[in-house]
Design a protein around this ligand. Structure first.
Ligand code: G3P
Ligand code: CA
Length: 260
């Protein structure tokens, strides 16, 4: 059935490891995601970008300069060229992570069902190619199709309302999050217009406009808050009834929530 704010998963806060356990390990690497899952994360977040040859890879920035041994735009590098770079740190080398590899890790995690929160970066620039490639990847694993046991294992998020709308139209079963920083925008008609399952304010926006959570719930939507690292922010999310808490410290956040 379609995910709604009444679904059980929205009742207790889910801890979503932002870029993996991205303080303890280099962000968006297999090691960061494996640690997040070992620490008990309920979900993991990743950003995706298209390579020159049309593969989705888990990289946040437009370029690989900050997070790898190389330089250049992700969109101008092939997957093979990206595989020659080191995305690890001084102690642990790491290869670029493809979305396909991350989905495989998440679906193969046998201890509990884990959800994957996929954020498309600058999808509008490519005229729908990011979304169609993403849906193709998800369909390979049965995500988004009701007949599959894996159908509800991913959530697609974007700051671009157009991207959320495209996903919604092409795959109505997939939960979506409309990300934003402005409470007026997130509390306004945009989320309804594009049919987003949830709104995704920053924790700063939530501190300033805590009423956003109730307003979203009144419209049948859940709230995804990014990125709550400070224990006071985690407590605030819990008090407000935020469904999904993204954090760079999944283990510590799980422990804190269990003690509240
Ligand atoms: O989870 C949403 C959040 O990741 C958005 O910000 O810049 O970390 O992708 P950013
Ligand atoms: Ca992100």
């Amino acid at each position: 059935a379609e995910a709604t704010a009444d679904a059980p998963e929205f009742r207790a806060p889910f801890v979503v490891a932002h870029r993996g356990a991205s303080v303890a390990r280099p962000e968006h690497t297999l090691a960061a995601y494996e640690l997040a899952l070992t620490e008990g994360a309920d979900g993991v977040e990743c950003d995706v970008r298209l390579t020159r040859d049309g593969h989705l890879v888990c990289v946040h920035d437009r370029t690989v300069d900050r997070t790898s041994s190389g330089v250049g735009l992700v969109s101008e590098l092939s997957l093979d060229e990206l595989r020659e770079l080191d995305f690890g740190d001084a102690t642990d080398p790491a290869a670029v992570l493809t979305l396909r590899e991350l989905i495989t890790l998440v679906l193969d995690w046998r201890e509990r069902p884990v959800k994957l929160f996929i954020e498309t970066k600058h999808p509008v620039r490519y005229g729908g190619l990011v979304e169609s490639t993403l849906l193709g990847e998800l369909q390979r694993f049965g995500i988004g199709s009701p007949a599959s046991a894996a159908h509800s294992r991913a959530v697609v998020m974007s700051f671009a309302a157009t991207a959320v709308w495209r996903i919604r139209r092409a795959a109505p079963l997939l939960p979506t999050v409309l990300l934003g920083e402005s409470s007026r925008y997130l509390g306004g008609s945009a989320a309804t217009t594009v049919g987003a399952t949830a709104v995704g304010p920053s924790v700063k926006t939530l501190r300033e406009h805590p009423d956003l959570v109730d307003r979203a719930a009144a419209a049948g939507r859940a709230t995804y808050c990014w990125t709550a690292d400070d224990p006071d922010d985690v407590k605030l999310c819990r008090e407000l009834g935020v469904g999904w808490i993204a954090t760079n410290y999944p283990g510590r956040t799980k422990t804190l929530l269990a003690e509240l």
